[in-house]
Design a protein around this ligand. Structure first.
Ligand code: AMP
Ligand code: ZN
Length: 674
C-alpha cells in the first residue's frame, strides 16, 4: 500500500477543488472569468499532480475528470422515472392560438399565464444529483429509457459536478434532485470544430445540433471533452415532480444553483404576449451565440399543468413554436478554392445569389474533396442550401444535375502564391506548405512567436495584423529586420514598447535548435518532435537536407512526419527562408547535453516523490550527463527508482517488481556527487 496521504495534502486538494469549481462557474456559466486561463491551468495542474501521486485522494466530482475518463465498450440503458416526453409542434401563430384555446377550454379559464423560452437546438439530457453531487447523466433516448452518458457529461464545464452546501441552502433545496436541459454547441464552437475537422480530414457536421448530439453519444469521453459543449437547464424536479408551484420559480432556482439557464425567458399574460415574444426573437435570434429553432411555451402554474396532464407523446400544457426552416434552391455557378490560415485548401461554391431567410447568399463552403464527392456535386448543378443562423450556409444536397455540368478538381498550385500543393497520403486536406504564402503569413508569424516556439513576448495578433497589412513583414526572417521607428509607428505602440519588442526579437535568436524547428510550423512537427529532431541533427541546414530514410531513423518519427518534413524543405520558398534566417542571425545549433561520463549508459531511471537537494529536472539532467535516461513509469526493465519524500504508487510498483531503489543520498553516490 502507498503511504497514506498527509492531511495537509488532503486539505490542499479540497481547497483546490473548491477554487476550481468557483472559477469554472465564473468562466463557463457567467462568462465572466476572474483569473487568467494560465492561472486556472496552474491550479488544475497542481490538483492533477496531487491526485496522480495519491490516487486515493481522487473524487468523482473532481474538476480533473473534465478531461474525460477511459473509453467504454458500450452504453448501458436507464429507465426514466418521469418520462422525457417530446413536445407538440406549432408551425404558425394560429397553431399557437389553437393550443391556447385548448388549454383554456380544458381548464375553464379566461386567461392563462405562460412562460415563453428559447427552444435550444441540441440534445436533451437528464442530470441526477444525489447529495449535491452529479451522479448520472442520461439521454432522452425513446423518452422511456435513455443511455447512461455520465462520463461524457462530466466533461461539460457548465454542468456543475457538485453543488455546494451553502448554495443548496440558499435555494432551499436538499441535495437530491433532477435537472433537465439541453446540451448544445455554440456557433463559435461548432465552426471551430468543423475547421479543425477540415484540417485533419475528420467528419464534417452539418449543424450544431447534430454535432452536439454526436459529441455526447461517443464511447470515448475525451472526445466529448474536446468539443466545447454547453448546457442550458430548463426543468428542475424533486422526487420526479416539478420542484416548485410555478415553472418560473424552477428557472430562477436553476440559476441560483449555478446552472447555466437562459436569461431570455419571459412571463406572458395570455397567448398574444407569447406571439409577440416569438416575433421579437425571430428578428434577434441570429445574434445569439447559439442556435434556437423555436420557442417553447409552457403553462406557468404546475397545478394547471397537472390538471391538463399528458398525451402518450407530449404534455398538454406545453408546445414548441418552430421558426420556418431556412432552405432554398440555387445553382452552383463555380467552385473556387480558398487558402486558409494554416495553408489548407477549402473548396467554396459560388452560388447564383439567392435570398434565404431574408439574407442574400452567394457563397457556401464545401469543406473538402470528400464532401464534394459525398454530395456528388458538379459545377452547374442545382442544390438545396440551408442557412442556420449567421453560420455560412451549407449545401444539403444536389437536387438537379446541371445540363453542362463539369467536375471540380483541386488546383495543382496554390491560388495565392503559386507554390506546389501537397497532399499527405491518407489525409483529406490539400495544403500549401510555403511558410511565406500570403494566406498563412499571419498564422505562421503567431506560431513562430508563440511561448513554446521562439517566445517573442509582445508579438500578438494585433501587432502581427499590422506588420503584415503594412507590408513590413513578408516572411519570418523579416522580423529580424524591423526598425524602431517602423514598430513605434504601429497602433498600440509607444517608443518604449517598440524597443521592448525589438529586444525580444533579438533575444529570440538565441533559442535552441529544437524551438526553432518547432517554430517553423512544419505540419505534424510539434514541440516534442522538434526536440527529437534537434537531438539528431546539428543544424537547420542538416535537417533541411535530410532524406526520408534519414528522418525515419529518428526516434518516434514515422513515415508521415518524415514525408511532411521532406515536403516542407522541398518548397523553394522555404529553403530561401532558412537562408534568410541564418543571415539574420538565427543560427541555432544542437543543444546536446554536455556528456560528462558514460557510466550510466543504457541505464533507465524513474523518479518519485520530492528530492531535497535538487529539482527532478536537475536530477534528470545529471542522469543524462552520464549517459542514462529518464523514463516515466516503472517496469521490470527499469534499472533504478529514486525515491524522495511522499513517493507515489511508483514506489510500490518498484518494490513489487524488485527494482533497485535509491534514496537521494544513494543517487548522489551513484552519480559520483558524493
Ligand atoms: P422536438 O425534439 O422538436 O420534439 O422538441 C422537443 C425537445 O425540445 C425537447 O425534448 C427538448 O430536448 C427540446 N427543448 C429545447 N429547449 C427547450 C425548453 N426550453 N424547454 C423544453 N424543451 C426544450
Ligand atoms: Zn500558398
Amino acid at each position: 500500500m502507498a503511504k497514506a496521504a498527509p492531511a495537509t495534502l488532503k486539505r490542499e486538494a479540497e481547497e483546490l477543488r473548491e477554487k476550481l469549481r468557483y472559477h469554472e462557474y465564473r468562466y463557463h456559466v457567467l462568462d465572466d472569468p476572474e483569473i487568467s486561463d494560465a492561472a486556472y491551468d496552474k491550479l488544475l495542474v497542481r490538483l492533477k499532480e496531487i491526485e496522480a501521486e495519491h490516487p486515493e485522494l481522487s473524487t468523482p466530482d473532481s474538476p480533473t475528470v473534465r478531461v474525460g475518463a477511459q473509453p467504454r465498450e458500450g452504453f448501458t440503458t436507464v429507465k426514466h422515472v418521469r418520462p422525457m416526453l417530446s413536445l407538440d409542434n406549432a408551425f404558425s401563430f394560429d397553431a399557437l392560438r389553437e393550443f391556447d384555446r385548448r388549454v383554456r377550454e380544458g381548464i375553464g379559464r379566461e386567461e392563462i399565464e405562460y412562460i415563453a423560452e428559447h427552444k435550444f437546438d441540441g440534445l436533451s439530457i437528464s442530470l441526477l444529483y444525489e447529495d449535491g453531487m452529479l451522479a448520472r447523466g442520461v439521454t432522452r433516448g425513446d423518452g422511456t429509457t435513455g443511455e447512461d452518458v455520465t462520463p461524457n457529461i462530466k466533461t461539460i464545464r457548465s454542468i456543475p459536478l457538485r453543488i455546494e452546501e451553502s448554495v443548496l441552502k440558499k435555494a432551499k433545496l436538499k441535495g437530491d434532485f433532477e435537472v433537465r436541459g439541453e446540451v448544445i454547441m455554440t456557433r463559435k464552437a461548432f465552426e471551430a470544430m468543423n475547421r479543425q475537422q477540415e484540417q485533419v480530414g475528420g467528419k464534417i457536421f452539418v449543424n450544431a445540433r447534430n454535432s452536439a448530439a454526436g459529441s455526447v453519444r461517443v464511447l470515448d469521453p475525451s472526445i466529448t471533452a474536446q468539443r466545447k459543449l454547453d448546457f442550458f437547464a430548463y426543468y428542475l424536479l424533486v422526487n420526479d415532480k416539478p420542484a416548485f408551484p410555478k415553472h418560473s420559480e424552477s428557472l430562477e432556482t436553476l440559476k441560483q444553483l449555478r446552472f447555466r439557464a437562459s436569461d431570455d425567458w419571459k412571463l406572458c399574460d395570455g397567448i398574444e404576449a407569447v406571439v409577440k415574444y416569438c416575433e421579437s426573437w425571430d428578428a434577434k435570434r441570429e445574434k445569439l451565440p447559439y442556435e434556437i429553432d423555436g420557442v417553447v411555451v409552457k403553462v406557468n402554474s404546475v397545478g394547471v399543468q397537472n390538471e391538463l396532464g399528458f398525451t402518450s407523446k407530449s404534455p398538454r400544457w406545453a408546445i414548441a413554436y418552430k421558426y420556418p426552416a431556412r432552405q432554398e434552391q440555387t445553382v452552383v455557378n463555380d467552385i473556387i478554392v480558398q487558402v486558409g490560415r494554416t495553408g489548407t485548401l477549402t473548396p467554396v461554391a459560388v452560388l447564383e445569389p439567392v435570398q434565404v431567410g431574408g439574407v442574400t447568399v452567394s457563397r457556401s463552403t464545401l469543406h473538402n474533396m470528400d464532401e464534394i464527392e459525398r454530395l456528388g456535386l458538379h459545377i452547374g448543378d442545382t442544390v438545396l442550401i440551408e442557412r442556420a443562423g449567421e453560420v455560412i450556409p451549407h449545401v444539403l444536397k444536389v437536387v438537379k444535375e446541371g445540363k453542362n455540368r463539369r467536375a471540380f478538381r483541386m488546383p495543382k498550385e496554390c491560388p495565392e502564391c503559386g507554390s506546389k500543393i501537397h497532399k499527405v497520403e491518407g489525409e483529406v486536406a490539400y495544403r500549401c506548405v510555403n511558410v511565406a504564402c500570403p494566406a498563412k503569413r499571419k498564422e505562421s508569424l503567431l506560431h513562430f512567436a508563440g511561448r513554446h516556439a521562439m517566445d517573442i513576448d509582445g508579438l500578438g495578433d494585433k501587432i502581427v495584423d499590422q506588420l503584415v497589412d503594412k507590408g513590413l513583414v513578408k516572411d519570418l526572417a523579416d522580423l529580424y529586420k524591423l526598425k524602431l521607428d517602423e514598430v513605434a509607428a504601429l497602433e498600440r505602440m509607444a517608443e518604449k514598447s517598440a524597443q521592448n519588442l525589438l529586444d525580444e526579437i533579438e533575444a529570440s535568436k538565441k533559442n535552441p535548435l529544437s524551438r526553432v524547428i518547432y517554430a517553423l510550423g512544419i505540419q505534424f512537427v510539434g514541440e516534442r518532435t522538434g526536440q527529437l529532431l534537434a537531438e539528431h541533427f546539428s543544424s537547420l541546414e542538416e535537417l533541411a537536407g535530410a532524406k526520408q530514410e534519414q528522418l525515419e531513423e529518428v526516434n518516434e518519427v514515422g513515415p508521415k512526419v518524415a514525408a511532411s518534413i521532406v515536403d516542407f524543405f522541398s518548397e523553394p520558398a522555404n529553403k530561401q527562408l532558412i537562408k534568410k534566417l541564418e543571415k539574420a542571425g538565427v543560427r541555432p545549433t544542437a543543444e546536446k547535453t554536455k556528456v560528462k561520463s558514460n557510466k550510466l549508459a543504457g541505464k533507465s531511471f524513474v523518479f518519485t516523490g520530492g528530492l531535497a537537494n535538487r529539482s527532478r529536472e536537475e536530477a534528470g539532467e545529471i542522469v543524462k550527463q552520464h549517459g542514462g535516461k529518464i523514463v516515466g513509469s516503472v517496469s521490470k526493465k527499469t534499472n533504478y527508482v529514486v525515491v524522495g519524500a511522499d513517493p507515489g504508487s511508483k514506489y510500490d510498483k518498484a518494490k513489487e517488481l524488485g527494482v533497485p531503489i535509491l534514496d537521494e543520498a544513494g543517487f548522489e553516490k551513484l552519480v559520483g556527487l558524493k
